[in-house]
Design a protein around this ligand. Structure first.
Ligand SMILES: [Ca+2]
Ligand SMILES: [Ca+2]
Length: 217
């Protein structure tokens, strides 16, 4: 009986150690480095419930809005639930209602909905408290937040709407790009950590990247 108890206790300790030390699997083994830019589309591998939670299992961008045609941009992670598209020419993402200049052919996470989350296993090279910037569109005010290793590290971060009544093309309300150098701040410890991006309120956001630290602009 005593032996069994020792085995069970031992197993519990190993399990706890595993959970406490658990980090995810960076996309293609390329761990993103902070401070710096966190590209939203390079989230961890592992699928629904492990690397992310998405409202539907379809990728509404890659392979759908952007039909499978053998190209990297159209087929980027198209079998995964996180919804991904890329900035396009033709007065789509390079429209006159942008608040900041927009690079074309850059991937972003879109079709965001409250309750969705995405994990990134990152390497922090220098500990510190950093401002969080973002390149985004938002058809209505929204809120996101960031966890580090499963604990809220930012509180609610407000994303200001980029809706513009002057634009009469309805679908383009999702394509007015803006950026902020500081929607909040975060304290990061050196080492490997799992960062979780949460969509708190309002879907309708397209998130290209988060920037941790001083903007490179
Ligand atoms: Ca989806
Ligand atoms: Ca989604």
């Amino acid at each position: 009986m005593k032996k069994r108890l020792i085995i069970i206790t031992g197993a519990a300790i190993i399990l706890c150690a595993f959970i406490l030390n658990h980090t995810g699997k960076p996309w293609q083994g390329k761990m993103q480095q902070l401070p710096g830019r966190l590209e939203c589309e390079y989230y961890d591998e592992g699928g629904e419930g492990v690397a992310y939670h998405d409202a539907d299992s379809t990728n509404n961008g890659s392979g759908k809005l952007n039909p499978a045609n053998g190209s990297f941009l159209n087929e980027f992670r198209m079998k995964e639930g996180v919804d991904i598209s890329y900035a396009k020419t033709g007065n789509i993402d390079n429209n006159p209602y942008n608040k900041v200049p927009r690079d074309i052919n850059k991937l972003y996470v879109g079709w965001t909905q409250p309750g969705e989350w995405i994990n990134y296993t990152v390497k922090v090279n220098k500990a510190g408290t950093y401002p969080i910037g973002v390149l985004y569109t938002a058809n209505g005010n929204g809120i996101i937040s960031v966890d580090i290793d499963g604990k809220d590290a930012t509180g609610p971060l407000n994303i200001n709407t980029t809706h513009d009544d002057r634009d009469t093309v309805a679908w383009r309300q999702w394509h007015h790009w803006n950026s902020s150098d500081s929607i909040g701040s975060i304290t990061l410890k050196k080492g490997v950590h799992v960062l979780t991006l949460h969509i708190i309120t309002n879907g309708n956001m397209n998130l290209d990247f988060l920037n941790f630290g001083k903007s490179l602009k």
